[in-house]
Design a protein around this ligand. Structure first.
Ligand SMILES: *Cc1c(COP(=O)(O)O)cnc(C)c1O
Length: 215
């Protein structure tokens, strides 16, 4: 079943859109099945789950951190992951940079935008994004490569506004042509909202339930 879901969604997505399989709570065998069906990127929320799945799947897919990350977890996160989609502070960026330096690795990162401007939510407020990106761009071992957003929880059609807002910010930063900043990826949309996100300019979608079934 996972196999069919992966194939169907890969077929359905326009070719410029990358599929991230959001794998939280899934077993390594389920993740392996998705990769065997053609999934190229696995999104993990927790380092420990990723480490377990990595033992089975290894480098057959790329690994993206999509969960909220505390700076003190950067050191454990960096060795395994190919991209961190959830950077929302200079403190976290510095911790990733430092961990990368000791491994001689450069980490592509996305900036998580709190597009709903919700107090309790992760992500940088849209107004503060440009100055954060400028600061992060000075760190040698990370590379800003785009934006990610979740949007407020609720009716998928209501997310459209937040996707539009994030796309606008993406275009603004891109047009600034900041040194060492490459605005290539816009990661938005989940199982119930990815079609809307793609309509609004996402080129990376993070899908869990529609690939792996209900959690
Ligand atoms: C779980 C998760 C998703 C996918 O959610 P579904 O509704 O299961 O598709 C996407 N992004 C993040 C950050 C997640 O934690």
């Amino acid at each position: 079943m996972i196999k069919d879901n992966v194939k169907r969604i890969l077929n359905e997505l326009p070719p410029h859109v990358s599929l991230v399989g959001a794998a939280k709570t899934r077993t390594p065998a389920e993740i392996q099945e998705a990769v065997a069906a053609g999934l190229k990127i696995i999104g993990e929320n927790y380092v420990q789950e990723a480490e377990k799945a990595f033992q089975m799947v290894g480098t057959a897919a790329k690994w993206h951190m999509i969960g909220h990350l505390q700076s003190n977890k950067a050191k454990k996160t960096v060795p395994l992951f190919d991209m961190i989609e959830t950077v929302d502070s200079l403190k976290l960026g510095r911790a990733i940079d430092k961990a990368c330096q000791s491994l001689g690795k450069t980490m592509p990162i996305l900036i998580e935008i709190n597009s709903g401007e919700e107090m309790q939510k992760a992500g940088v407020m849209p107004d503060a994004a440009v100055s954060l990106i400028r600061e992060l761009s000075e760190l040698s071992f990370i590379r800003v490569m785009g934006l990610m957003t979740m949007g407020p929880y609720g009716d998928p059609e209501a997310s459209r506004l937040y996707f539009q807002k994030t796309k606008k910010l993406f275009d603004t930063v891109k047009a600034m042509d900041l040194p060492r900043v490459e605005m290539r990826y816009l990661s938005m949309g989940m199982s119930d909202s990815y079609k809307i996100a793609v309509e609004e300019g996402a080129n990376m979608v993070r899908i869990g339930t529609k690939l792996f079934g209900q959690r």
